[in-house]
Design a protein around this ligand. Structure first.
Ligand code: BGC
Length: 840
């Protein structure tokens, strides 16, 4: 065993980590300043190599094992019983006996919601590990701080990812992620399992709220910015997930296989992950199967594409229990010891570095099987060493070897912070879907507010504004609120309207119980909604004298498979509530619908009764103030839909950049309710003088960006933000082209009556296609020809002189792997030669 396995940094801190810990003690160390941001130096590489040479096989495999704590109530005390599985007795023994290298708390909740207790607990466990675990390598903690660090009481719950997509505000989204990263680091965590970069296409999927968009470029840019934000402090690693294709599971069923084609995969599904990989240190794999192959067992995805084509050398992590899922979910191998052994072997050979052991996989199952595979010669130790190197490098990069502890007094100031960012993001994310002169409301009358999810006094109501991954997997405390349980920092609609209107507000909350662990067969609405006779009477009474009525509609918080749904229209009681208020209020009384949902929820059946509809999504902590300011015109709505809102669930999926036609022959109307990019404002916008920095591009490979300029005039009477989007709207090439493709966007603020000349960078890689016939294996290219570029009704032509590749000049990865051994080399030339000879 090495005396000194400190890895050193740029300035060569060379004392032994153990000596460091002993000399200072955890408490002192925890308050020590100067948590370093080491760069990967030659010294570190050498020391990591030496450390690996000195580790036993069991210790190495331990480093590749991540164990979920908290599943059966485990805390951070090494003496706590490890009750989820029976392979060790205590949490401490996970490290001393099994040499586990990583732990996670899944579901956005840990053993405590108190930030200071959290960091003290992690520091204490880390001290135990550093002092007692051979070879003394600190563990790395991972978790899901996905829209703010919503593992802690009083947190800022930033708007969910779908809302982020609606803002098109990359800088602001990055600022929110930076705060999240700081909060995770201050809590003692070093690994955040985001951003999610799965293309959205199907609102039936229970994780729809987690994607940012159905557009690959917008999604990729959001993800890149978020990864950069999470990692900015140098102490946290981000995760691009779920590689690849997880966002389009068959019929919207979570973790089902993905229906895609090589052409779709290469032009639409893979590019967002690739953008995110420019910043993120780690990757998590798709639990589903892609084109009939489980992603966790795909050398093509995890090695040929990820490692070789994308040159990614960071840690690749499984998702929760996903080697097991190859047997149970996908029925890919028999659910026997032999099947399990095969799945582990295939997964590690495919390129996975670390296995996440959740409730279904005892850590020893993974560890013993892997050790045995190596000892029996079925898996090379070199393969294991490669993964251990990546894990140790990751720990080095986030500073764990230099400073395994975290100051315990940082977190208090951070938890509920960045309120300004959160409020602005919430406002920018609201999408005004329709408005027949009803909004903004006059600030001098009586207002009726009714519906579910509107206040915080009564248990469960406020949950709709936050969604999943908020102080619990399925929403705050998993929907089972305790009286003094944790809450996000928050304003509600009722709170904000009461502040503004005083006793001119009447509010009638209607029944809402979350349905968080109900499957699609038990609850179709993502919540139980009802209106009691008493509530109905109160609504009728207030409606008679109201000068305006606001009805909140939508769905409860949900997550993963429990969130899958088979409908788009509002629950029956909500539909009836709208009709009730509509019937009781006169034509002159504005009736406004506000939707809290993580997906397009609502159809014309209800919208026809509403004078205005505001899609609020899941705007988080600052929902109340953002919505109230928007309803009364203190904020001018500016969000744009990041997805296509179909007419009803029968038309799903109809993403905007699919090939024409998107509907049945002659069925041109009614299939789509609101298009991608739709979003109204209280003012009017006009465009003129669209021009390009170059009307013609000789070679897109060397000139991948063109700048568009357009004048945007605010011709109405209210100042506001406006998102200018440039689309490619026409092109004829060798294969089908979408009707519209987003090439670039920019958010600007323009005063009433003013105008701005806006500059927008157009990313020509958005025009890349895979040419050629059905197989779709050719290099991706921008084809030569004339591309129509449009901003609203303004358009101009960009001529591309030469067909060229920007992101991928090679044919489909693995195309030349004739003998299917994961390599493209001379042996393939010979294999091809033999094959062709035989054919002759
Ligand atoms: C989800 C991942 C998440 C993990 C850990 C899984 O069920 O698919 O996205 O990071 O749990 O909580």
């Amino acid at each position: 065993m090495a005396e000194d396995n400190t890895l050193g940094s740029a300035d060569e801190v060379d004392e032994s980590r153990r000596t460091f810990v002993k000399a200072t003690g955890a408490a002192t160390a925890a308050t020590a300043a100067g948590v370093g941001v080491p760069s990967a130096t030659a010294t570190a590489t050498r020391k990591i190599r030496k450390l690996i040479d000195e580790m036993t096989l069991e210790q190495k495999v331990g480093q590749l094992t991540q164990v979920a704590l908290g599943e059966s109530g485990e805390g951070f005390d090494p003496n706590d019983e490890f009750a989820t599985h029976d392979d060790v007795e205590t949490v401490g023994e996970l490290f001393t006996d099994l040499h586990v290298g990583s732990i996670l708390n899944g579901g956005a909740s840990g053993p405590t919601f108190d930030g200071e207790e959290f960091v003290a607990g992690l520091n204490g466990l880390q001290q135990f590990v550093v002092e007692n675990n051979e070879p003394g390598v600190p563990f790395i903690w991972g978790g899901d701080a996905l829209h703010g660090n919503c593992l802690l009481d009083g947190c800022t719950s930033f708007p969910q990812r779908l809302n982020m997509g609606a803002t098109r505000d990359i800088d602001l989204v990055e600022r929110a992620a930076t705060h999240t990263g700081e909060s995770v680091a201050a809590m003692g965590g070093h690994w955040n399992f985001g951003p999610t970069l799965d293309v959205l296409r199907d609102m039936r999927w229970g994780r729809y709220f987690e994607g940012h968009s159905e557009d690959p470029m917008l999604l990729g840019e959001m993800g890149k910015a978020r990864a950069r934000g999470f990692e900015r402090n140098g102490r946290v690693a981000a995760t691009v997930k779920h590689f690849a294709g997880y966002g389009t599971p068959n019929t919207g069923k979570d973790r089902a296989h993905v229906r895609t084609s090589m052409r779709d995969l290469r032009t639409r599904q893979l590019p967002p992950y690739r953008r995110g990989l420019e910043e993120a240190k780690t990757v998590m794999v798709n639990s589903g199967a892609v084109n009939g192959k489980p992603a966790h067992g795909s050398p093509w995805l995890l090695t040929t594409v990820l490692r070789k084509r994308y040159d990614f050398d960071g840690v690749v992590l499984t998702d929760w229990d996903d080697f097991k899922r190859m047997l149970t979910n996908h029925e890919y191998r028999p659910d026997t010891d032999g099947g399990w052994r095969q799945a582990v072997k295939e997964g590690l050979q495919a390129g996975i570095d670390m296995h996440m052991c959740g409730g279904e996989t005892a850590p020893t199952e993974f560890i013993d099987t892997t050790v045995d595979l190596v000892e029996s010669g079925e898996l090379s130790e070199k393969r294991i060493d490669e993964s251990v190197r990546r894990v140790l490098e990751l720990k080095h990069e986030v500073g764990l070897f230099e400073q395994p502890y975290v100051p315990e007094d940082e977190i208090g100031d951070i938890v509920g912070g960045a309120a300004d960012v959160s409020e602005r993001l919430a406002k920018e994310s609201l999408v005004l879907l329709q408005n027949e002169g009803a909004l903004p409301l006059e600030d001098d009358g009586n207002v009726l507010l009714t519906g579910p999810g509107i206040e915080d006094g009564t248990p469960n109501r406020f949950l709709m504004q936050h969604g999943g991954w908020t102080l619990g997997w399925q929403g705050v405390e998993d929907g089972f609120l305790t009286a003094d349980g944790p809450r996000p920092r928050q304003t509600t609609i009722e709170g904000a309207l009461a502040d503004r209107l005083g006793d001119r507000l009447t509010h009638v909350p209607t029944e809402f119980e979350p349905a968080v662990y109900e499957s699609i067969y038990e609850n179709f609405d993502n919540g139980f909604f009802d209106v009691t006779d008493e509530q109905e009477a109160a609504v009728l009474e207030a409606a008679g004298t109201a000068d305006a009525a606001v009805v909140v509609l939508g769905e409860g918080p949900h997550n993963e498979g429990f969130g899958d749904r088979d409908r788009m229209r509002f629950p029956e009681s909500q539909r009836e509530l709208v009709e009730l208020v509509d019937g009781e209020t006169g034509d002159e009384v504005p009736l406004v619908g506000v939707i809290f949902a993580g997906s397009p929820r609502g159809t014309a059946e209800t919208f026809q009764h509403l004078d205005a509809v505001l899609f609020a999504g899941q705007p988080g902590s600052d929902a109340g103030v953002a919505i109230a300011d928007t309803l009364f015109g203190d904020y001018n709505p500016s969000g744009k839909l990041p997805f296509t809102w179909e007419g009803n669930v029968g038309h799903v999926p109809q993403f905007y950049d699919d090939y024409p036609p998107r509907q049945s022959v002659d069925a041109s109307a009614g299939t789509v309710q609101f298009e991608f990019g739709h979003g109204l404002s209280y003012t009017d916008w006009e465009y003129s003088e669209l021009s390009l920095s170059a009307d013609s591009v000789k070679d897109p490979a060397t000139n991948p960006t063109v700048t568009a300029r357009v004048t945007v005039e605010n011709t109405g009477r209210m100042a506001g933000d406006h998102i200018v989007e440039v689309y490619n709207t026409e092109f004829y090439g060798s294969v089908l082209q979408p009707h519209r493709r987003l090439m670039g966007f920019e958010r600007v603020h323009v005063d009433a009556g003013g105008s701005e000349r806006v500059t927008i960078d157009l990313d020509l890689s958005t025009l890349e296609v895979v040419p050629g016939d059905v197989p779709g294996w050719r290099p991706k290219v921008v084809e030569a020809g004339e591309y129509e570029c449009s901003v609203g009704a303004e358009s101009t032509t960009l001529t591309v002189a030469k067909t060229a590749s920007i992101t991928d000049p090679e044919p489909a990865p693995g195309r030349y792997d004739i003998n299917d051994d994961g390599r493209e080399d001379f042996a393939d030339v010979m294999a091809l030669h033999r094959r062709l000879k035989r054919r002759r």
